[in-house]
Design a protein around this ligand. Structure first.
Ligand SMILES: [Cu+2]
Length: 123
């Protein structure tokens, strides 16, 4: 009785964590039109912790909800693309990417260190 109660509580906790948006281990694929749409929020986070795309020309679109300005860069490719989203607007760009793992981040002071970073897996 006590044991099954403990298991039930563990399952409930796992379900709660899994359903909790934003902080999980979700991987967001590109939209149907092939564009990888990324939303940034005032809580200094993107809408997913991980994204994926197909190798070749990867098209990015950064949008913003809230009042803070946010950017999107790919680590190591900062000279090739820097998207800036401000005042609810969007910014778009593209990169030629080989298969591999990349890191996306916001370069506004303090944002990356407070968690504004995400993985990008290119297949
Ligand atoms: Cu930011």
């Amino acid at each position: 009785m006590q044991l099954s109660g403990a298991i039930g509580a563990t399952v409930a906790l796992a379900l709660l964590l899994a359903s909790c948006g934003g902080g999980g281990s979700t991987t967001q694929p590109p939209a149907e039109d092939g564009v990888l749409r990324i939303v940034s929020y005032d809580r200094q986070d993107y809408d997913a912790d991980a994204y994926e795309a197909d190798a070749g020309t990867v098209r990015f679109e950064l949008s913003q909800i809230g009042v803070q300005e946010h950017t999107l860069l790919v680590e190591g490719l900062e000279d090739e693309m820097r998207l800036v989203a401000v005042d609810g607007g969007t910014d778009a760009g593209s990169l030629e990417l080989e298969p591999g793992r990349y890191t996306l981040y916001c370069d506004i002071a303090g944002h990356r260190s407070s968690g504004m970073e995400a993985r990008l897996t290119v297949n």
